[in-house]
Ligand binder design. Structure first.
Ligand code: UT7
Length: 330
């Protein structure tokens, strides 16, 4: 009998830049305060990629190097790299192509995937399909964003929320039932009005006017996004458990997108999970968009055990949202 191929996560890598931007630093920049930020979001500090000429690919490279080192393989062994990001180095070529060149991943093809905060889930599901097809043996999936490149540091509504970082996983074939078991992914483009970047695309190409109006920064209408996020992330996570005949007791870890601690608490609650089972690093990194989930896996990798069932869950710009069930392989 031919055994079904699953895509197992066989290594995790991560990178956060060393420079910190604390709530107290932000108090000096905009009309905000540490208490408001902590109680409304859960964030205390975030990392910022500083330095002339540094871009998202410069965080992808160390994250993937970390992963290759852990797995003991060379960059030339990578078949494909998918980089989930909304802050690519440039509109084209893809950050994946630039990162593969910097890494010496000569045999890899790759592309960027744009799904904002759900980017990593979309990319893991896509990467898993490439492995499950039997055609590829080593697919690297990265979530990376240099949010500081598109944040307006005079807008208190958004500048307190975001940070920079990159996280990566290696997907390889597994025949013992470990790996990505199921995914529910959703999108609703009517949500674009609440969370977007107005200019820089084909709709409003860059001009003096778009720059003057700060249309190359993130726009977010926080409250509606919050409402949709609480419902979307909790509903889809509960649905994923239900259709796999699981309850919160069966789940070892929830790995939620880190946008707001209150959204995370609502999702954990709905799944019937104790807070100890929820990975949370929003206090140190803020919202790193596509990087939040792999950065959690990177930080918690020594606490996850072989056979653990984990749920990755996200909600973000698009709107995009989803939940993915993984059986940990190592
Ligand atoms: O990752 C992608 C998806 N994004 C999300 O999931 C984010 C979802 N949204 C949120 O997390 C929350 O809506 C925010 C954290 C962005 C905002 O929290 P909120 O509890 O929804 O606050 P609000 O927008 O309703 O604002 C409440 C008050 C307002 O003042 P008034 O109008 O009541 O006088 C804001 O002007 O808080 C004010 N405010 C601030 N005050 C101090 C907004 N930002 C700040 C700030 N410091 N940084």
């Amino acid at each position: 009998m031919i055994k079904k191929i699953a895509a197992a996560i066989t290594a995790v890598g991560g990178y956060v830049p060393p420079d910190k931007l604390t709530n107290f630093d932000l108090e000096k920049m905009v009309d905000t305060n540490d208490e408001w930020i902590r109680t409304r979001t859960g964030i205390t500090e975030r990392r910022i990629l500083k330095g002339e000429g540094l871009a998202t690919s410069d965080m992808v490279v160390p994250a993937v190097k970390d992963l290759l080192h852990k797995r003991g393989i060379e960059a030339s062994e990578i078949d494909c790299m998918i980089v989930a990001t909304v802050t690519p180095d440039m509109v084209f070529p893809a950050t994946a192509n630039i990162a593969c060149d910097k890494l010496g991943a000569k045999n890899a093809w790759g592309f960027d995937l744009s799904a904002a905060c759900s980017g990593f889930l979309y990319a893991v599901t896509t990467g898993a399909s490439l492995i499950e097809s039997g055609r590829y043996k080593k697919v690297v999936v990265v979530g990376a964003d240099k949010m500081s490149a598109i944040v307006d540091y005079t807008d208190r509504n958004t500048c307190v929320l975001f940070g920079d970082g990159a996280g990566a996983v290696l997907l390889e074939p597994n025949f013992e039932g470990y790996g990505v078991l199921d995914s529910i992914l959703r999108s609703d483009g009517s949500g674009a009005q609440y969370l977007h970047m107005k200019a820089g695309g084909s709709l409003r190409p860059a001009s003096i006017e778009t720059v003057t109006n700060k249309e190359h920064n993130i726009f977010q209408d926080g409250q509606p996004v919050f409402k949709f996020a609480v419902k979307g992330m909790a509903d889809v996570s509960a649905e994923l458990l239900e259709r796999n005949n699981l309850t919160g007791d069966d789940i070892a870890w929830l790995v939620p997108h880190q946008a707001n601690k209150r959204i995370i608490d609502a999702t954990a609650n709905r799944m019937g999970l104790n807070p100890e089972k929820v990975m949370l690093n929003i206090q140190r990194y803020g919202n790193t968009t596509a990087a939040t989930i792999p950065l959690c896996l990177w930080e918690w990798k020594h606490q996850i055990n072989k056979g653990d069932l984990i749920v990755l869950a996200a909600f973000g710009g698009g709107f995009t949202w989803g939940a993915t069930l993984v059986k940990w392989e190592y």
